[in-house]
Design a protein around this ligand. Structure first.
Ligand code: PMP
Length: 444
């Protein structure tokens, strides 16, 4: 097993030639917030897997739950009127967990992209049941990320994830994201910007015609698009607009669910009840591929009272409600609650924000810092005045030097993304800061 021989595997979001030129780091082992590579180097995983390993790499209760469920029943499908104990139990747990958001039902998937796809399809079906089959369009935020299926890629607001796959789903329209660092209004006041973006949404709805729109989808805090933290007034404004025009609001909480922002959900943090929520990632803390689309009470009622398409939800996955995944989920949620990782995310997040601000003061290349709880982006620029994005080579030098200094980062465009496990300690926050300092110093 040599990294140099990794020619057969194509990694997500990586150009195959690029991978061969830069052989992947092979991760062999994980413990707590740290991982060890093939060469035996142990580094702090400041990406927490991929925003998902909230409980770290040695969560015994999850491992035990998986092993026990494998012994008992490794798989059964949710098709043909069958179900399994863990899937029924986890669905109940999730509706309890998301009770403040009034989530009444859970549709299990194999991950975030599937959860988004499910939400988009159910939104269309919802309107057909209600006799408003013309409501087929979707609205979303520029810079939003909603996975890589055709539906999800269509609502994605980042050209890089779209242009190689066009034509995508027709009838999708994007409005500016409330990012104070870069927005078309040149507005730096977050509250004013929230109002301007909400107005852009109103404007687009008027232009399209509300009776043609099925749903608006957004991440409460945008993750992959560079950790954009809307002002707390933004999502409530969106909710009010959607209510006024009877448009469904889908909250994509694949990253923000389960405590990463310091709250149990991004919607709850700003007092919003979405019509549907998509979750995945931390639902098993990364120990098993699982996701869910949560369906709000009012939407569920429409489906359940439906006489027109009864029994005909033409949508489902072989692995919907996988018993091992659901057993992992039950254990992960219990640990998540027991450890109150949301509180740790909020407290360590404040420490991390202070560390990042201090780095920004000392490193000219840092254009902007954005964070909420334990999700953060450090945007690098070649010139603070013009905000010209740092190039790929610069980003790689920073992340390589940080790795040498003991911390694994993630680079996304000109952003360094941090989303460490939520069990992070204050000492580990300092470790991240020191490695970032070393990384940024390498390009000074
Ligand atoms: N939605 C959001 C907000 C995400 O961040 C992601 C993944 N990063 C997805 C959907 C897609 O999830 P997955 O990669 O599990 O398919």
């Amino acid at each position: 097993l040599a990294a140099n021989n990794a020619k057969q595997i194509w990694h997500p979001m990586a150009h195959p030639a690029d991978m061969q030129a830069n052989p992947p780091r092979v991760v062999m082992k994980g413990e707590g917030a740290h991982v060890t590579d093939l060469e035996g180097r142990t580094v702090l995983d400041a990406v927490g897997g991929l925003w998902n390993v909230n409980l770290g790499y040695s969560c015994e209760p999850i491992k035990r739950a998986i092993a026990e469920q494998l012994d008992e029943l490794p798989y059964y499908s949710g098709f043909r009127g069958t179900s399994t104990g863990p899937s029924i139990e986890l669905a109940w747990e999730l509706t309890q967990w998301f009770e403040p958001e009034v989530m009444a039902r859970a549709f299990f998937t194999s991950g975030g992209s599937d959860s988004v796809e499910t939400a988009l399809r159910l939104a269309r079906q919802y309107w057909k049941i209600r006799g408003q089959g013309d409501r087929t369009k979707f609205l979303a935020l520029k810079k939003g990320y909603h996975g890589t299926h055709f539906g999800g890629a269509s609502v994605n607001g980042n050209a890089n994830f779209r242009r190689n796959y066009e034509p995508l789903m027709p009838g999708v329209f994007h409005i500016p994201a409330p990012c104070t660092y870069r927005n078309p209004f040149d507005e730096t006041d977050p509250e004013k910007l929230a109002r301007l973006c909400a107005r852009a949404l109103e404007d687009e709805i008027a232009f399209q015609g509300a009776d043609t729109i099925a749903a608006f989808i957004m991440e409460p805090v945008l993750g992959a698009g560079g950790v954009i933290v809307p002002h707390e007034s933004f999502m409530p404004l969106v909710r009010a607009i959607c209510d006024r025009h009877e448009i469904l609001l889908i909250a994509d909480e694949v990253v923000t669910g389960f405590g990463r922002t310091g709250a149990w959900s991004g919607s709850r943090a700003v007092g919003v009840k979405p019509d549907m929520m998509t979750i995945a990632k931390a639902i098993t803390s990364g120990y098993f591929p699982l996701g869910a689309t949560l369906i709000g009470g009012a939407v569920a009622e429409v489906f359940e009272a439906d006489k027109t398409s009864f029994g005909a939800i033409g949508h489902g996955y072989t692995y919907s409600g996988h018993p091992v995944g659901c057993a992992a989920g039950i254990a992960a949620l219990a640990e998540t609650r027991r450890l109150k990782v949301n509180e740790n995310a909020a407290a360590r997040g404040l420490e991390l924000a202070a560390v990042l601000e201090e780095l920004k003061a000392r490193h000219e290349v840092v254009g902007d810092i954005r964070c909420k709880g334990l999700m953060a982006a450090i945007e690098l620029v070649s010139d603070r005045g013009t905000k010209k994005a740092a190039d790929k080579g610069t980003m790689k030098r920073v992340s390589d030097a940080a790795y040498e200094a003991g911390v694994m980062l993630r680079v996304s465009g000109s952003n360094i993304i941090l989303s460490p496990p939520l069990i992070l300690t204050s000492g580990e926050v300092r470790e991240i800061g020191e490695a970032l300092d070393a990384g940024l110093s390498a390009i000074a």
